[in-house]
Design a protein around this ligand. Structure first.
Ligand code: NAD
Ligand code: USQ
Length: 397
């Protein structure tokens, strides 16, 4: 299959591109390298020494004998170039990772909020519009987020995969209707993913586009079998207060003896998935696209759920690191429960890596190995959801 991977230089996109290339697909990466530019803006680098895109592509050829295409293109602002590329390539499938993905970055200031909405919504819409205009029959797989559902869903009923059946009272009795699960975004970033969902519903219904939306949990881990083949293929590992996600941050903090930065009581429960399973899920989604005329196919891409303070306690016990309970810079419930259905991927053969299996390896091979590259001043999360929620430096000891 000819596959276009948009955002293929990023944390999920790079290992996915290598995996798809490894199993025989013809892969072309599109990326405008905006994530690398944001690193420059934030004056921080991936904990792992990621190489420039040209070198990554050359080394993959050297190691595997396989070609990867790479086009530096901004899908949000360069619509005509996107159309030209799709016309020339005529891909069978497109995997869309190309969005600004950090909630804290999206709440940083008005510039970052506007950039996140402009980049994510315009990029997704440009892609849908271009596929429609060209009349391409592609399987489009998009990376969404568990955060579209919000974290107010409580009780023991699992969050379903995308849709809810509701009863609408009418004078003639209740009518059953299937609706998109109500959206409840917790950040401007998450808001863009809920807007993406409406774009997908419209283009699937109006133009028969075949779309899969993967509502992914927090991805942890770094390496996949392909990125581990050569140090020059290494995947990125974000640890800073804007882009680092909670579990990888805790692992890195433990590696340098920094107190684990639990926000508030750590009562937030989140869904997690290892990067090795992310790439497998994309493969499974590409092999099981919806039919033309179907509504967007939604999968919850998660392996297990954990409460943040339980994660912190687990890592603290394993590594003998202290825990710091910091004021929460986000507006989120102090505590939430989370039960998620992930039956669709399990029924299609996903056998996920659990925290209990991968944690020590990740801690030893990545967090400890590259600990000397860490800039301690970048650890604390500085982006706040509302003015006045800033974290004072002296709270972290
Ligand atoms: P990332 O920032 O590492 O990668 C995104 C890539 O897209 C970057 O290389 C960036 O340069 C590129 N990009 C952004 N805007 C673009 C544009 N307009 N044109 C072309 N390229 C553009 O992020 P990631 O962690 O790899 O996440 C990938 C996707 O998966 C995102 O959509 C994110 O919302 C979703 N996701 C990520 C996680 C996670 O924990 N990392 C969890 C759930 C969902
Ligand atoms: N948290 C801490 N301490 C930290 C960092 C985070 O307690 O040092 C807490 C946060 O307050 C939050 C939870 O951990 O309650 C998760 O935060 P996160 O930064 O790990 O994840 P989040 O902001 O939700 O975003 C990440 C990805 C995003 C993806 C999302 C999936 O950056 O792209 O969409 O995970 S999900 O969370 O399932 O919506």
């Amino acid at each position: 299959m000819k596959v276009l991977v948009i955002g293929g230089d990023g944390f999920c996109g790079w290992p996915t591109s290598l995996h798809l290339s490894d199993i025989g697909h013809e892969v072309t990466i599109v990326d405008n390298l905006s994530r690398r530019n944001i690193d420059i803006e934030l004056e921080v680098e991936s904990l792992t020494p990621i190489r420039p895109m040209g070198e990554r592509v050359r080394v993959w050829k050297e190691v595997s004998g396989k070609e990867l295409g790479f086009v530096n293109l901004d899908i949000a602002t360069e619509y005509d170039r996107l159309v030209d590329l799709l016309t020339e390539l005529r891909p069978d499938a497109v995997v869309h990772f190309g969005e600004q993905r950090a909630a804290p970055y999206s709440m940083r200031n008005d510039k970052a909020k506007r950039y996140t909405v402009d980049n994510n919504v315009r990029g997704t819409h440009n892609l849908l519009c271009a596929i429609t205009t060209l009349g391409l029959d592609v399987a489009l797989v998009h990376l969404g987020t568990m955060g579209v559902y919000g974290y107010g869903w409580s009780g023991s009923a699992p969050i379903p995969e995308g849709y809810l059946t509701v009863k609408v009272p009418t004078p003639d009795g209740d009518l059953a209707r299937e609706i998109l699960h109500p959206a409840n975004p917790g950040s401007v970033y998450h808001l863009t993913k809920t807007l993406d969902q409406l774009l997908f519903a419209f283009y699937a219904n109006n133009d028969g586009l075949r779309i899969t939306d993967l509502h992914q949990g927090i991805v942890w881990g770094t390496q996949t079998p392909q990125t581990a083949l050569d140090e020059r293929l290494i995947n990125r590992f974000d640890y800073d207060g804007d882009y680092g996600t909670v579990l990888n941050r805790f692992l890195m903090q433990a590696a340098i003896g920094h107190p684990l930065t639990v926000h508030g009581t750590g009562g937030q429960t989140r869904a997690f998935i290892h990067i090795r399973d992310t790439v497998r899920c994309i493969e499974i989604a590409l092999n099981n696209p919806p039919e033309r005329g179907d509504k967007p196919s939604v999968f919850n891409q998660v392996a297990e759920t954990y409460r943040v303070r339980d994660l912190a306690e687990l890592i603290s016990r394993l590594t003998d690191t202290k825990i710091a309970n910091l004021p929460n810079p986000r507006r989120e419930a102090a505590e939430n429960d989370l039960v998620v259905s992930n039956n669709r991927f399990l029924s299609l053969g996903l056998n996920p890596t659990l925290l209990s299996e991968g944690l020590l390896e990740e801690s030893r091979d990545i967090a400890m190995r590259y600990a000397d590259r860490a800039d301690v001043s970048k650890i604390i999360a500085r982006s706040v959801w509302r003015k006045g929620m800033e974290v004072a430096d002296d709270l972290v000891k």
